[in-house]
Design a protein around this ligand. Sequence first.
Ligand SMILES: Nc1ncnc2c1ncn2[C@@H]1O[C@H](COP(=O)(O)OP(=O)(O)OP(=O)(O)O)[C@@H](O)[C@H]1O
Ligand SMILES: [Mg+2]
Length: 239
Amino acid sequence: MNSEKNHHTVIYCRNIKKTYGEGEAKVFALRGVDLDVYQNELLMLVGPSGCGKTTFVSIISALLKADSGECSVLGDDLSKLSDDKKNYFRSHSIGFVFQSFNLLPALTAVENVAIPLLIQGVKRTIALKEAKIVLDTVGLGSRTHALSGELSGGQQQMVAIARALVHKPKIIICDEPTSNLDHESGQQVMVLLRRLVKQENKTLVVVTHDNRIFYFADRMAYMDDGKIIKIENKNGAPQ
Ligand SMILES: Nc1ncnc2c1ncn2[C@@H]1O[C@H](COP(=O)(O)OP(=O)(O)OP(=O)(O)O)[C@@H](O)[C@H]1O
Ligand SMILES: [Mg+2]
C-alpha cells in the first residue's frame, strides 16, 4: 500500500540540456533529460560514470543552471526564480548529500550537521540541539564532538546525511550515499531514508552504482550519455 504513488509531481523536467566548456573542449553533459519525480517516492538514478548524473541532480537542486529545458520543482520553474528565491529554495526545500561529503574539517560533527539551520537563521543553541537529535538518529551520537577529519569515511558520510536531513527538507538528493559505507551501514542508511520518504511524505532521489541497495527503490531511472534511457517500476520494495 505504502509504495503506491499518489502521482503528485514534485520534480518536473523536460528536455534539460547542459554543456560545459567551449569549442574543442565542449562537453555535452545533458542532451535532453525528461523526468518526473513524485511525492512519497524513492527514485534511483543509475548509469555509467560521466553520463551526467551529478550534473542532473545539481540542476534539480538549483546548484547549477540548465542551458535550456524546463525544470520545475515544487511548482517553481527554477530558471525563473530570483536569486533570493533560489537561495530560499536551496536552504529550505532541499537536502543534498554530495558525492564528496563537503564537510568542514575545522568543525565538529554536530556543528557540521547544524549548518543548514544556522543558514536559516536558527539560534545556535537550538540548531546544535536539533543537530544532535539527527546525529543520534543516524547512529553517530557518540561522535558528536569529533572533528569531521577525525571520522572514518563511513562516519563522515553519516554526518553528511544528517546535515541533509536536519532542516526537514521536502526533497532529499543523495549522490552516491552508500559508496563509502560497509554493507550493513549502507542498508541502515537506506532504511532510514526510505522511512522518511514513506512516513513523512518526502521525495528522494538517490544516485548510485551500488546494486546492493537497488531493492529500496520505487523506480529506477537509467541514464546514459546525457539522457534517461529507461524507467523501471520496482514494486515490493521493503518498508
Ligand atoms: N565542471 C565541469 N567542467 C567540465 N566538464 C564537466 C564538469 N563537471 C562535469 N563535467 C563533465 O560532464 C560529464 C557529466 O559529468 P557528471 O559529473 O554529471 O557525471 P556522473 O554521471 O555524475 O559521473 P560519476 O558516476 O563518475 O560521478 C562528464 O563528461 C564530465 O567530465
Ligand atoms: Mg557523479
